[in-house]
Ligand binder design. Structure first.
Ligand code: NCD
Ligand code: ZN
Ligand code: ZN
Length: 407
């Protein structure tokens, strides 16, 4: 049994509580605030095939340090996870790694959509978080930009009550724009190449298939004013559309290329201040349902290659909660909104069974991000040197107490 004494709740009450556990522990929580543990609906933990960037041993520590006890992992692995055999092999590898660090991280896996393996959707329907469709290419070789295959995937998913998650960038337009900007060496052109229109075009195509088949659609990493407008309209119509925003599209903008250079590369790219403002408004009116980190680590060596060779994405899971808690102190979010975005909505949308996992936070702790202290294998982040107020202190996962300072 774990006894948590006199903890503050997010709505300002003070309670004591007991949690089922093999351990007998008493936590004096007078200075701590209780949250349901976070669910991160969008991570790339890199197993199998890119474990030099991250694996589930390092990533599980990063997750627990960030107050996250459930993750939904993307299928753009090497090899890509698009059939049962690969799905099961991936789970086996993950379980092995989690066992090695003895961390009971809860996880669900996305199935990658591949036009030659769409029948796998029906067979794996009850075991997967969702089907992930890359409408435009990003990291890895998963890509489905053939309209007939796309139509078929949305139909099969609807028939099997499976959600489709999209990386909505239009491959054709992307290729045209890539050619247009060929030879540019400034990484800031990434945001021009992967323009708002690139995202909008793909999203419109996905939304028309939702209208056609009623497929549940999860729009990953929404990043522009225009996408928000489309999603808002779809929600008004009553379509089963859900939207995710990442921390980097909330807290970074295209002005950060100046200091981060190629490290700032991410898909979809960093956007304007006006786009970020629209995302904050969309949190306010609940057009945005969830925050997913899109934790997508690449090594510093990879990230500092010249523009054109440097990969897109960065690690985020460990700073996910501190960034949001800091935003609370800046009056950008309420604690109730944080709980909804990081726990309640992901749980509802992905139909994740309830559990007792919690995180105890010291809302008053002020710390400056030091990349060297991060648990992610790549040991860097785009937030180095940022001072954040509000950090997790204890994470309780499946009845196991983790002191985040001792991970
Ligand atoms: C992701 C990755 O590296 O796996 N990169 C990224 O820039 N977000 C892939 C993705 O989510 O598109
Ligand atoms: Zn993506
Ligand atoms: Zn991603």
């Amino acid at each position: 049994m774990i006894e948590i004494r006199k903890v503050q709740t997010a709505n300002g009450r003070r309670i004591s509580m007991f949690l089922q556990s093999q351990e007998r522990r008493v936590i004096d929580a007078k200075n701590l605030t209780l949250f349901p543990a976070l669910i991160d609906p969008h991570v790339h933990f890199r197993t199998p095939g890119a474990e030099h960037k991250e694996n589930w041993e390092t990533a599980a520590k990063a997750a627990i340090a960030g107050g996250v006890t459930t993750v939904l992992d993307m299928p753009n692995n090497m090899p890509a996870c698009y059939n049962r055999e690969r799905f099961e092999e991936k789970k086996r590898l993950i379980d092995e790694q989690l066992k090695r660090v003895d961390i009971p991280l809860r996880y669900y896996l996305y199935l990658g959509a591949d036009e030659h393996h769409l029948e796998e959707i029906a067979s794996l329907a009850s075991e997967i978080a969702a089907v992930k469709i890359y409408m435009g290419s990003s990291t890895g070789d998963l890509l489905m930009n053939n309209p007939d295959a796309l139509d078929k995937a949305f139909r099969i998913a609807a028939e099997n009550d499976v959600m489709i998650a999209v990386h909505a960038e239009d491959e054709k337009l992307l290729q045209t724009r890539r050619e247009q900007y060929a030879g540019e060496t400034d990484p800031a052109f990434h945001s021009q190449i992967r323009s708002s229109q690139v995202a909008v075009q793909a999203l419109q195509e996905a939304l028309s298939l939702v209208e056609k088949y009623g497929t549940r659609l999860y729009v990953a990493h929404v990043s522009t004013v225009e996408e928000i407008a489309l999603i808002r309209k779809a929600k008004y119509k009553g379509l089963p559309v859900y939207a995710e925003v990442t921390p980097h599209h909330l807290f970074l903008t295209d002005e950060d290329y100046a200091s981060l250079g190629t490290k700032a590369l991410v898909n979809p790219p960093l956007r304007s201040k006006a786009d970020a403002a629209a995302l904050w408004d969309a949190i306010e009116d609940q057009t945005i349902d969830t925050i997913g980190t899109d934790h997508a680590p690449h090594t510093l060596e990879e990230k500092t290659k010249p523009f054109g060779q440097a990969p897109s994405g960065f690690p985020a899971i460990e700073l996910y909660f501190p960034l949001l808690l800091n935003a609370y102190h800046e009056n950008k979010l309420t604690l109730a909104q944080i709980i909804s975005l990081t726990h309640t909505r992901p749980q509802e949308i992905f139909r994740i069974p309830r559990n007792e996992d919690v995180v105890l936070v010291d809302l008053e702790t002020v710390r400056t991000v030091d990349d060297a202290e991060l648990h992610t294998k790549v040991k860097w982040s785009p937030y180095q040197g940022k001072t954040l107020k509000g950090w997790p202190r204890y994470t309780i996962a499946s009845g196991r107490l983790f002191d985040v300072q001792a991970l």
